[in-house]
Design a protein. Structure first.
Length: 303
């Protein structure tokens, strides 16, 4: 009998997208991040996290960089009190819908044969392949993406709209007519998710999706945090990402793996996601490890 996969936890219910198949587990929504510390005590938060660790062995918490300081402090307090090296708090600069997509990808990969350390550190890698942005009716208060004075001035014009890309490289273009080719898109196969706010989604579905050669277009619920993140409710948030688990598997398994010199977990990249210890300089690392077996390993239970 297989053990439960590593738990992927999120700080809000809006970050949980529907499972694409019966094998992909859902994410755990941390009530300690959703509810106020006044109504959800530290003891309750400790019990919540302890239960997840006991059932899953390891917990990876995706926490947006925009999260209130109280949420971040509570997460680190819980980890400190439990004295557990099996809880990773992974901060992300992705906007809300993009973070929900990243959580879904980690949920898909959690049922493959990746160790918890590799899975947690894969969050940074996968973030570079998520094209997350929004169609905005105003950029006057936007501070998470560089905005020129000219764009600020244009945003006061009636009916002005802007296509903004937050990741992997910030871009901002004024939308005029049906032109969507000026917003740089992915050079690989993706599925486009969009979440309408107080703007019509036509430009995203009819112009951007074809320009980006999206393999599919799916509507999602707009996360509650999106209006605050983009500084306006007049928006349509979107995120294009790799939907195929075999491609995601190959992407992660092709990266060199190392052992963390502090906690001993496997990792990819330059820092352990569980204990935050940096990778030693190349001259001090052991010989290169053999990568995983390519993209042929199916999720447990898949046929």
């Amino acid at each position: 009998m297989y053990a439960l996969p590593t738990a992927i936890a999120v700080t809000g219910p809006d970050l949980v997208l529907p499972s694409p198949d019966r094998h992909t587990p859902s994410a755990a929504v941390l009530q300690s991040a959703v509810q106020s510390p006044r109504t959800y005590s530290l003891d309750q938060a400790l019990t919540e996290m302890h239960t997840l660790v006991e059932h899953h062995g390891y917990v990876i918490v995706l926490c947006p960089s925009s999260a209130p300081a109280a949420v971040v402090q509570r997460l680190h307090a819980v980890r400190s009190v439990l004295e557990s090296d099996r809880i990773a708090v992974v901060r992300s600069d992705l906007p809300p819908l993009g973070l929900a997509v990243l959580a879904l990808q980690l949920r898909q990969l959690s049922i493959c044969d990746f160790s918890p350390g590799v899975l947690a550190s894969a969050a940074r890698l996968l973030s570079h392949y998520i094209y997350a942005g929004a169609l905005l009716g105003s950029v006057t208060r936007l501070d998470r993406v560089p905005v020129t004075l000219q764009s600020h001035a244009k945003s006061w014009l009636p009916g002005a709209q802007f296509a903004v890309l937050a990741t992997p490289r910030p871009e901002l273009v004024k939308v005029s007519g049906g032109d969507g080719t000026h917003l740089p898109g992915p050079g690989f196969g993706t599925r486009l998710l969009y979440a309408p706010g107080k703007l019509a989604p036509g430009w995203v579905t009819d112009t951007l999706a074809p320009a980006w050669q999206a393999q599919g277009v799916t509507e999602a619920r707009l996360p509650a945090e999106s209006g605050r993140w983009w500084a306006t409710g007049r928006l349509v948030e979107f995120a294009a990402a790799i939907p195929d688990i075999s491609v995601l598997y190959q992407l992660v398994s092709s990266v060199r793996r190392d052992d963390c010199h502090w906690c001993g977990l496997e990792l990819i990249g330059d820092r352990c996601a569980f204990c935050a210890a940096p990778l030693p300089p190349p001259s001090e690392r052991p010989a290169r490890r053999t990568p995983a077996r390519g993209a042929t390993a199916l999720p447990r239970g898949a046929t």
